[in-house]
Design a protein around this ligand. Sequence first.
Ligand code: SAH
Ligand code: SF4
Ligand code: F3S
Length: 479
Amino acid sequence: MDTQAKKRNRIEISSEQISQQYTYMERVRDFVGTADASEQKRCYVETYGCQQNEADSETIRGMATEMGYRICNGPEEADLIVFNTCAIREHAEQRVFGNIGALLKYKRRKPGLVIALCGCMAGEPHIRERLEKSFPYVSLVFTTHALWRFPELLFRVLVNGKRVFASDETGVIAEGLPLHRDRSVKGWLPIMYGCDNFCSYCIVPYVRGRERSRRSDEILADAKRLIGDEGCRDITLLGQNVNSYGKGLDEEIDFPELIRKINALDGEFLIRFMTSHPKDANERLFKAMAESKKAARHLHLPFQSGSDRILKLMNRGYTSAHYRELIALARSYMPDLVITSDVIVGFPGETEEDFEATMQLVKDLRFDALFTFIFSPRRGTKAYEMQDETPKADKDRRFQALVDAQNAISKEIHSSYIGKTVRVLVDGKAENKTEGYLSSRTSGGRLVVFPGDEGLIGTFRDVEIRDCTTWSLSGVLAE
Ligand code: SAH
Ligand code: SF4
Ligand code: F3S
């Protein structure tokens, strides 16, 4: 690996540039501020896509709060609406366009409303063009690279009344921006941005830029804050390929070492991470997890396909045999490890035989859960240009067969928990349940529902499992 080239990719925004943005936050606050608190302007942020976007939305809300806005939970009363979008599949984009269309009625009712779109879709030239032409009431569009300049961009929209499209293309690292978090026992902690892997189907490297890591002292400071004042008990380290963390940094550090450093911090909490890549996950990682008491017993390791021919076309950089070895190795270090994965069905040229190899891998490895996606062509990627002759009906049938096979496995694994006692972190009230039920997660990330008092939220408890579904366990407090 050419480390010099890697270093050149890493551009840290200077503290002067960040403080300039704080000045813009003040200017916006002066502009939108009112003497009467009941008139305070409101900001609504709608987030699509992965945890990386969830984390970015915390920064957007943080900046909006600094700019004098109160965060609200729906578009109805908002004066500023920000859509933080996802481009991973066509369906995600259609939803965004549909929901943006529905905002027109609010804009008509309140002409001063500012509608902004950011996130991964903003990084696609053809999407920016469509927004410019067909959605004149969207007045601010900015890519993930321009996120740190949101205050300045919003100020321009407010003061000049003109539309602003910012598409800064250089991947940057911006430290020291304000964050606004829900008071939750779970916290996101980005450790790196972008991706260099260019899997042939994937849009992420194009919209999020080259891979770059944050310095470990910044990450550790954030982790301390989350575990301390913020009351988090479950921290997820975020990156598109966390196993290549540290490349291009001046310090000697890699991902397993980072886990050990966070594990050494005081307090009772769990460390999770998303996502691992099979070409870079290795024994050092499993050893660090096994030896770190606070590392959650969960590994999300997407395999994408069980066919070596397809893996090659996907540019994934490993074989199905290597993937199987990795899983065996991980399980040898942590027999109780919960393993989940992602798979794509219907990649261009996928034959019945290729699909069978995927099905076999799923049956052999018995994942705890599997996220199954049908290939969605993304403009600008290699796979977009590939011949894709498989009829949709065949893809749908393969998709359903895989989902059915996995559901049966998940249900079997869950059934084996009945009668056992598991340690959980209580994270909130249970959704879709009668009053009085709490939701919690095991170290492996399994959802456990049980009746209990809200005062237990944020604590670790033992629960005796009595029943299960494909997706969750239920039981009673063991104490
Ligand atoms: N960086 C992570 C994945 C991020 S995207 C990794 O490499 O594992 C999450 C998942 O979406 C991927 O694992 C893949 O299964 C799926 N995905 C990505 N692009 C897709 C596309 N064009 N069509 C269908 N699924 C896709
Ligand atoms: Fe996309 Fe591959 Fe990067 Fe994951 S590793 S974000 S699938 S290009
Ligand atoms: Fe979507 Fe961007 Fe995440 S494309 S999955 S929000 S990195």
